[in-house]
Ligand binder design. Structure first.
Ligand SMILES: CC(C)(COP(=O)(O)OP(=O)(O)OC[C@H]1O[C@@H](n2cnc3c(N)ncnc32)[C@H](O)[C@@H]1OP(=O)(O)O)[C@@H](O)C(=O)NCCC(=O)NCCS
Length: 142
């Protein structure tokens, strides 16, 4: 398996990977192709894919808000799960973010996603039960 940045021409494959992995996405909002393309151009190192014989089998988008590093949109194709691909993508994200001097890494996980919770606990993340996520949307598509 090779872990490397995702190229511009692979963004369509990335979206298909989200679909095949059952990861909800916002095709009319922040996951619209032109927005993904711009986001990748702004920070190409943060779009990370796992490839087996040239096929994208997993991916993650890291982000850096200047204070924390965030792990977003982690997904692995069902046929390749439980082989450590998810963990490898998280570790690669942390590596890239550490190069930017980030020392805190964070993830938002939906309450019923046990697989993801177990993965991040295994990767050393601590659950913060006293934080409640609030969000305000100017546009519901986002
Ligand atoms: C969550 C996801 C990315 C895990 O990918 P993966 O490649 O299977 O993960 P790994 O093989 O690296 O798993 C590492 C550890 O995570 C935990 N884990 C992973 N999948 C699990 C599952 N279905 N149930 C329980 N624990 C699980 C285990 O502790 C596992 O270690 P083990 O296999 O030695 O027991 C994958 O299931 C997926 O794409 N899910 C759909 C999309 C999603 O929910 N993404 C996360 C958004 S926050």
């Amino acid at each position: 398996m090779v872990i490397r940045p995702i190229r511009e021409e692979e963004l369509g494959t990335l979206v298909n990977l989200w679909k095949d992995s059952g990861l909800p996405f916002r095709p009319e909002g922040r996951d619209r192709m032109d927005r993904l393309s711009q986001q990748r151009k702004d920070d190409p190192d943060l779009f990370i894919g796992a490839f087996e014989k040239g096929t994208m089998i997993g991916a993650v988008i890291a982000s850096d808000d200047g204070r924390k590093g965030w792990i977003n949109r982690l997904a692995v194709l069902p046929a390749f799960r439980r082989k450590g691909v998810g963990i490898d993508l998280v570790e690669e994200s942390e590596k890239v973010l550490r190069k930017r001097e980030r020392k805190v890494f964070a993830i938002l996980i939906e309450g019923d996603n046990r697989a993801s919770e177990d993965l991040f606990v295994g990767a050393g993340y601590k659950r913060e039960d006293d934080i409640i996520y609030y969000v305000k949307r100017d546009d519901e598509a986002f």
